[in-house]
Ligand binder design. Structure first.
Ligand code: BG6
Length: 470
């Protein structure tokens, strides 16, 4: 069977500024929440590895872009570090950062790699967090200024922009489940942050359009599908609520320009609505995106509550559903996550049918492996498991495209093994292995497979179970 992708399909990988650049306290960069939190609580970071110890992209970006080219990337997504570009969050622009990002963009383009740039990948400048982060509307204005600065500086060459990466994760991590700074557990504050994030997103979209730079703007969402345990009405309602809170809370305003009525009613019922100001609805409507990036790793399975909720506890999403571990599901045992390849197809078909088939691409898909060094043989990581993972997901992406999805690309998380927030270097995802001691990069077997697939714009599955390229 041939899996040939449409012409001009984007093949590449994704990374982010704070996770790769390093030079966290150099070249004029201000602190962000990760620098600060590490100083406060280094124990919260896997093996105490700090955001200073990343894969040195700031120094090695030219060589690294050469490595992208070597595996036939025609696109690459990273982010701009707000606290590098504008160290205080608002005000003075750091000219060293401007020079760095200009060189990076120019090098990508020179190598035939289309830059996809995201403006915010979990890394709030500390100066902005100190005035409340996205709980404070002043930070919405500061973000809009930062976005406009980026468009003005780099928009002549960058034609794919994204306002946020997985904004719901910032909300979950920082304001519900205590795995990001500022470690708050409070649903109403979480709802406020989510709401102001959408306002910030919409302000950026509005400003981008006004500048008429001829590119496209979107947002990257982790659209983890919610699958109910059964067809039973109670299970289906649990899954509906989960979808509402974790997917549609960003998807609907970003694509349809309005929040789902059911979400507003739900939050109102539990007294969790954020404060809304005159003009907000109009602004959100103006924030409708041109395209969507989809991050997909694993499905979410849910069931109706097994026990009564204790209403004296603070309101949490888990008042509405329980997680469900499906017996016998396929697992990535190295990360403890379920592998459900069809999930990516379900997302694309949902977008086709319910979201006007908006142009979209897979902005992250990936397989994290703890202890991956055990697969190092003859100097190479033999990650056949990752090749299977990518190939099986690509088959479903291919099928969705055949059935009318407008998916225009596929990016893997990630390019070189990188530092990942509290998990630091625990789970490896890269096409290239990073030797932490020497900073040497070496291509994994999956990188070779991906290079061939990108080169041939697809792959073939032979009847024997072997593969070849077209
Ligand atoms: C993605 C994020 O969801 O997951 C990345 O966008 C992150 O920033 C990646 O690094 C992997 O996470 P983890 O926890 O498995 O290392």
């Amino acid at each position: 069977m041939l899996y040939q992708f449409p012409p001009h399909f984007y093949w590449g990988s994704a990374a982010s500024a704070t996770q790769t650049e390093g030079a966290a306290a150099q070249f004029g960069k201000g602190d962000n929440i990760w620098d600060h939190w590490y100083q406060q609580e280094p124990n919260r970071f896997y093996q105490g590895v700090s955001p200073q110890q990343t894969s040195t992209f700031y120094q090695h970006f030219r060589d690294d872009i050469g490595l992208m080219k070597a595996i036939n990337h025609n696109s690459f997504r990273t982010s701009i570090s707000w606290s590098r570009l504008i160290p205080d969050g608002t005000g003075e622009v750091n000219q060293q950062a401007v020079a760095f990002y200009n060189q990076m963009i120019d090098e990508l383009i020179a190598q035939g790699i289309e830059p996809f740039l995201c403006l915010f990948h979990f890394d709030m400048p500390l100066a902005m967090q100190n005035i409340g982060g996205f709980e404070n509307r002043k930070v919405v204005a500061a973000y809009a200024y930062y976005a406009q600065t980026c468009f003005t500086l780099f928009g002549d060459r960058v034609k794919h922009w994204f306002t946020f990466n997985e904004p719901v994760v910032t909300v979950e991590g920082g304001y519900l489940y205590n795995f990001h700074y500022p470690n708050v557990v409070d649903f109403r504050r979480a709802a406020t942050v989510a709401y102001h994030t959408i306002l910030a997103h919409a302000e950026a979209v509005k400003r981008y359009r006004k500048l008429a730079l001829g590119g496209k703007i979107g947002i990257i969402l982790n659209l983890t599908p919610s699958y109910p345990r059964s067809d039973n009405e109670a299970d289906r309602l649990a899954s509906f609520h989960c979808d509402l809170l974790f997917n549609r809370s960003f998807l609907d305003p970003a694509v349809k320009g309005a929040y789902p009525r059911e979400l507003i009613e739900l939050l109102d019922h539990y007294h969790q609505l954020p404060e809304i100001e005159l003009g907000d609805c109009r602004l959100i409507e103006q924030g409708k995106v041109d395209m969507l990036g989809i991050n997909y790793y694993q499905p979410r399975r849910v069931q109706a509550k097994l026990h009564a909720v204790n209403h004296t506890n603070p309101f949490m999403p888990e008042w509405l559903f329980d997680e469900y571990r499906m017996p016998g599901c396929k697992m990535n045992p190295h990360r403890g996550w379920e592998i459900y390849e069809k999930g990516v197809y379900d997302i694309l078909i949902n977008l086709r049918d319910n979201y006007d088939n908006l142009p979209c691409y897979i902005s992250e898909n990936g397989m994290g492996v703890e202890g991956e060094e055990k697969f190092l043989h003859n100097g190479q990581i033999q990650d056949d498991y990752r090749i299977d993972f990518i190939r099986e997901h690509l088959k479903w992406v291919h099928r969705a495209i055949e059935e009318g999805s407008t998916c225009f690309g596929y990016h893997m998380w990630t390019f070189i093994d990188n530092w990942s927030w509290c998990n630091a270097y625990k789970n490896r995802y890269g096409f290239y292995r990073l030797d932490l001691a020497t900073q040497q990069r070496s291509l994994k077997k999956s990188g070779e497979w991906f290079a061939q697939t990108a080169k041939h714009n697809g792959f073939a599955d032979l009847a024997t179970g072997e593969q070849s390229w077209i």
